[in-house]
Design a protein around this ligand. Structure first.
Ligand code: AMP
Ligand code: TRP
Length: 343
């Protein structure tokens, strides 16, 4: 009879990361940043700026450090408190790359070849992409498991990468006969804003890499710009329906109602009940007002931090030390488990 799997019995820990590879937008804010701040009060939280992931595609060396400070400023402006949570850049903690190598030897090529994000990012040009871009989800698993993190707040698009992290954790535990050594990390995806769509196409997610700036609301957009982008957002010719079921084949409407709900704390049905029968001429300005009300303070705080790069650098350096203190012994244990000389 096979033994029941031994469950991980260590403490709960939250880990997540954002790439310093472009402007932060509303999808990042609702899908990730807002949850980061909510979790820090009752969990141990580690929030990384994943610059090693960013360089899987070309990054200008003259801009990388500034982009890293930008993401730090966005974390802080969204309410992440450096006295409660750890904020640091990935490249400053060597445990990430070391564990990624060990995991390269645990993960299977077949698992990686199923990753849809690589297919989306590489398009028909896969042969010309960096090896790093293909290997990206293995590094992500190493990020999470170098901290034995149990919970990972992310947007819906990261679901498959989280499943891979669980598969790697499970295979490591099995292969080296260390049941419960690594936790099987759980994604925290639910909630409004898990998948914010483009303002120009309700079937595509809002993304840093969309060539059209009008497709997204950036955290640094001025109130006028936010209002204009919402006014110009693609919609259909109908009016606001009464029920959620009637939104099914109206992706742009569904997206805007979802954004309104995420800002106001209302369910989709409650938003519809408020606006049923009205045209977009009424709904869009109301949404724009709400968006500005919520995002203006975030953007102001972000600018205040960016005016103080020394303060950001101090927070990042302190965070890197704290992160290394957790991750270094965990990776040392991995070396022992794998039987390397000198361990
Ligand atoms: P990225 O911009 O790809 O580095 O993503 C950083 C975080 O934001 C991840 O947790 C993503 O899942 C989340 N995210 C990115 N785009 C969206 C979106 N359109 N809707 C919701 N979450 C998103
Ligand atoms: N792949 C994530 C994204 O594009 C970023 C990321 C890297 C991450 N490492 C992580 C997210 C670890 C959560 C946990 O959004």
């Amino acid at each position: 009879m096979s033994k029941p799997p031994v469950k991980y019995s260590g403490p709960d820990r939250v880990f997540s990361g954002v790439q310093p590879s472009g402007d932060m937008h509303l999808g990042n804010y609702l899908g990730a940043l807002k949850k980061f701040a909510d979790l820090q009060n009752d969990h141990e939280c580690v929030y990384c700026i994943v610059d090693l992931h960013a360089v899987t595609v070309w990054q200008d060396p003259a801009k990388l450090a500034g982009q890293t400070r930008n993401i730090a400023a966005a974390y802080l402006a969204s309410g992440v408190d450096p006295d409660k949570a750890i904020i640091y850049p990935q490249s400053k903690v060597a445990a990430h790359t070391e564990l990624a190598w060990y995991f390269n030897c645990v993960a299977r090529i077949g698992w990686l070849s199923r990753m849809t994000q690589f297919k989306e990012k590489s398009g028909r040009n896969a042969e010309a992409m960096s090896v790093g871009l293909y290997d990206y989800p293995v590094l992500q698993a190493a990020d999470i498991l170098a901290f034995k993190a149990t919970h990972v707040p992310v947007g819906e698009d990261q679901k498959q990468h989280l499943e891979l992290s669980r598969d790697i954790a499970q295979k490591f535990n099995n292969d080296f006969n260390v049941p419960g050594f690594f936790p099987l990390p759980e994604p925290l995806i639910k909630g409004p804003g898990a998948r914010v769509m483009s303002l120009r196409d309700g079937t595509k997610k809002m993304s840093k890499s969309d060539p059209s700036d009008n497709s997204r609301i950036n955290l640094t957009d001025s109130p006028e710009k936010i209002a204009k982008k919402i006014r110009k957002a693609k919609t259909d010719a109908g009016v606001m329906p009464e029920t959620v079921a009637e939104m099914e084949d109206r992706p742009e409407l569904k997206n805007l109602v979802g954004i309104y709900g995420a800002f106001s704390g209302l369910s989709d049905q409650e938003v519809l009940s408020q606006y049923a029968g009205q045209g977009f001429g009424v709904f869009k300005p109301a949404l724009a007002d709400l968006a500005v009300e919520i995002l203006r303070p975030v953007s102001e705080r972000m600018n205040t931090y960016l005016d103080n790069p020394d303060e950001i650098d101090r927070i990042l350096a302190k965070g890197a030390d704290a992160a290394a203190e957790i991750a270094t012994p965990i990776v040392a244990d991995v070396r022992k488990v794998m039987g390397f000389w000198g361990t």
